[in-house]
Design a protein around this ligand. Sequence first.
Ligand code: MRU
Length: 352
Amino acid sequence: MTAFFTLRWHAPDAVELLDQRLLPRREHYLHLRSAGEVADAIRTLAVRGAPAIGCAAAYGIAVEAVRCRHLDASGFASALQAAFGVLAASRPTAVNLFWALARMRAVHEALAGSPPIHAASKLLEEAHAILAADVAANEAMGRHGAALVPDGATILTHCNAGALATAGHGTALGVIRSAVAAGKKVRVFADETRPVLQGARLTAWELSRDGIDVTLLPDGAAGHLMATQKVDLVVVGADRIAANGDVANKIGTYQVAVMARRHGVPFYVAAPLSTFDFSVADGRAIPIEQRDPSEVTGYGAERWAPDGIGVFNPAFDVTPADLVSAIITEAGVVHRPDTQTLARLRADAATA
Ligand code: MRU
């Protein structure tokens, strides 16, 4: 059981979230009281991970609605309009952000004409529902995914797709947590995940807090690990999955998938349905965030690269569907994902 939380509502008027920029050295919770503050927290990675970004964006709308609930109808509408804009511009790749904003917008539009105080309470209810559904989806994914984990498994993961990246439990790390809860022994190898070090700072922290055996490795050692030791499976999360099963995830995921194929290791992706974007046919249409060069030329105040050096710093890459053994969702496991198998998943989920 994790003794921290990623984000929650702090009544009467704030979003409370764990500042992930400070982990693992400091556990400090931020209290954010406007959509602009929430957008800044998303942009600067105080909160990160696709499902957590979606939940934060939902609360970003709710907190703005609460803050503006005493304005007249037109002041309230323009404040909310600006809030949707600033949150949508915070980060481009994780589709959960846009999925959550679309849900919040539908509630907002359905309430047009009702008193702002009433709209604010309905928007807050919707944000709570998004958060609760995310925890339930992660637990369901965990149950489905745990069946793919053999007892005694050695597992490789990349980035942080854990409780910290979601409203709780995690996607890839949720599968691992559920396998452990089912009595399986596992050993986890966590890529450090250059340049922002989500593996070293976050995955290592949250798994060791749960007493799960975790070993950190430099990203460049993943191929050597698979070549020299028995790795039973790779499991990672996703930021956006195209209609054909191409998976955008943290930079470095693609090379892990290539190495896994080379060494015959199953490569699993755990992601909720809110991470699928059926409007993009394949991974080429997924927008890839480019981040600041300073993330690569040093860390924090420390600089190690020559001043003025050119930098290529994409935050995500796309793993082609044919390298993905299966996608684990809350609605079940899709083996060998492609346009047909995912269309079936979508249709089944719509009628469930
Ligand atoms: O830049 P980040 O830290 O937001 O990137 C996070 C990832 O790439 C995760 O693997 C992904 O969001 C899945 S989280 C369940």
